[in-house]
Design a protein around this ligand. Structure first.
Ligand code: SF4
Ligand code: FES
Length: 248
């Protein structure tokens, strides 16, 4: 396959970037999208040019590091798929493919296609965990959790913190990410002790980081590689309202 690539190049956070054209002339349909970029980079390095910077780690849809907007869609055209698991057979020979970084005020560009997502780490750091010492592990049968509730909690815990939900949202809202973290702890017994403190701290931190509000467009759910449902946002809103009322 031959592809025409338009790739965002930006030397650093404080300089202007632009889309630059590249030809990818020897693309196998079996390559992953990131392998295709590896091959383009090998060609650039051989010519003595600066390689295109992009994030990746596991390349298995687990770590949440890959963060490319492909033809305007965070993680590309396949639903429920990270861009590291997108394959070139999804594209047509001769197609032009545009590749850009996540775009949000709270995710500033570091270089080319790499953005700084440490805002998510700071949201987790204010409450996305259990810090109560509950002693040794009890027999599992002492704390029964209905299967439907456990399934909901585990589905929420599947969030990999990639930030595609923010990149897709016209308000750059982090509500789907925060609500997934809130939900998986609010649904389980371990999360109850810090439930109210957690939701207020995490939502307030998201606001402080510059993420926007939710206006119920559903773009986040559509691009989420883990198909986290938007119903989590409704749960988070209820949790937040209850916590604020209880503190009055
Ligand atoms: S909710 Fe989905 S899109 Fe958002 S950070 Fe989690 S996995 Fe990524
Ligand atoms: S590189 Fe780990 S999820 Fe894509």
């Amino acid at each position: 396959m031959r592809l025409k690539l338009r790739i965002w190049r930006q030397a650093g956070p404080d300089v202007a970037g632009k889309l630059v054209d590249y030809a990818a002339d020897d693309v196998s349909p079996d390559m992953s999208f990131l392998e295709m970029l590896d091959v383009v980079n090998e060609g650039l390095v051989k010519k003595g040019e600066d390689a295109i910077a992009f994030d990746s780690d596991c390349r298995e849809g687990i770590c949440g590091m890959c963060s490319l907007v492909v033809d305007g869609i965070p993680h590309g055209p396949d639903r429920g798929t990270t861009v590291c698991q997108l394959h070139m057979r999804r594209f047509k020979d001769g197609e032009t493919v545009t590749i850009e970084p996540w775009r949000a005020k709270a995710f500033p560009v570091v270089k080319d296609l790499v953005v700084d997502r440490s805002a998510f780490d700071r949201i987790i750091a204010v409450g996305g965990y259990c810090s109560i010492n509950v002693g040794g592990a009890q027999d599992a049968n002492n704390i029964l959790i209905p299967k439907a509730v456990a399934d909901l909690a585990m589905d929420s815990a599947a969030c990999i913190g990639c930030g595609a939900c923010v990149a897709a949202c016209k308000n750059a809202s982090a509500h789907l990410f925060v609500s997934a973290k809130i939900s998986h702890l609010a649904l389980l017994p371990q999360g109850q002790m810090e439930r109210e403190k957690r939701v207020v701290a995490m939502v307030d931190q998201a606001d402080a980081e510059g993420f926007g509000s939710c206006s119920n467009e559903g773009e986040c759910e559509a691009v989420c590689p883990k198909e986290i449902p938007i119903s989590n946002i409704a749960r988070m809103t209820r949790e937040y309202a209850k916590a604020v009322l209880a503190s009055d």
